[in-house]
Ligand binder design. Sequence first.
Ligand SMILES: Nc1ncnc2c1ncn2[C@@H]1O[C@H](COP(=O)(O)OP(=O)(O)OP(=O)(O)O)[C@@H](O)[C@H]1O
Length: 309
Amino acid sequence: MADNQPAVEAHGLVKRFEDTTAVAGVDLRVGPGRVHGMVGPNGAGKTTLLTMLMGLVRPDAGTIRILGQQDRSLDGVAGFVEAPRFYPYLSGRRNLALLADLDGGGARARIDASLEVVGLSDSAGARVGGYSVGMRQRLGIAAALLRDPRLLILDEPASGLDPAGMRDMRALIARLAEDGVTVLLSSHDMDEVEDLCDDVTIMRAGQVVFDGTMDELRDKAPDPAFRLATSDDERALALAGPGVEVRAEGDGLLVHAQREQLDAYVIALGRDGVAVRRLDLESSALKALFFRLTESDAEERGVPTKEGP
Ligand SMILES: Nc1ncnc2c1ncn2[C@@H]1O[C@H](COP(=O)(O)OP(=O)(O)OP(=O)(O)O)[C@@H](O)[C@H]1O
């Protein structure tokens, strides 16, 4: 693969299931060596898109090039969609050995190294049935690494993990990316994507509503929102200065401002004898933008948004 060749190049992808159009004309480019996040509410079409890229589902329309190849040989690609599945009554190592036999090539020789990378060397002899969700997700990545992939496609790799498991998973993905593996992952969690990804595609109802770098997304984001409680909310409302939008909401105030303007506002309150009793981040700029881009769709279609970022 030429150095600057995209790891994924897809044009006009469409996938219908009976009367649902899961993916409705999507273009996607994943640059080499990038960590690319795909976010969207439930039912946005992320999993369907990833299954098409992995060659598990045939698109109704559109073209896909993976690592420069259009022939779907999928050499150099690995990953999982939905949760990775293993034989629960066999050990982690035995599960990998079975997969390595299917994969052939040098896969068997990579078992130990793959277990090591995902931090499962010590538990490799234990039955997968006794593994935590996080261990199973990491075994899924180890299985993918058997193929020595240049492109890893991961469907919600942090799904179902507790905070420590999530932290480990993020660190693992960051390490793989540092080693030069291109990673395309889906997520519900804007914080996770912000933490991990260089580029992001936001999907809604089968379509792309944003595609660009994390920095480009940040530039588009509105001011973050903060909840404020003071000793004199009326006076605090009157003291709102340039770049600070304040309105009464519930039993306190909602403030939209960039951090520097917020700092100046809080100092002004103090100078004026108004005490700040509570100041909490209500919604980060990126989350606010994510909701703006995707929420109308969720409401229209009755899609639950509680799992959203
Ligand atoms: N095999 C299938 N048969 C029928 N409909 C399907 C099938 N797979 C997906 N769909 C529908 O296609 C739409 C997109 O689903 P998809 O799973 O790709 O979304 P998603 O963004 O991955 O959602 P989630 O975050 O909930 O996993 C949904 O309306 C879903 O019900």
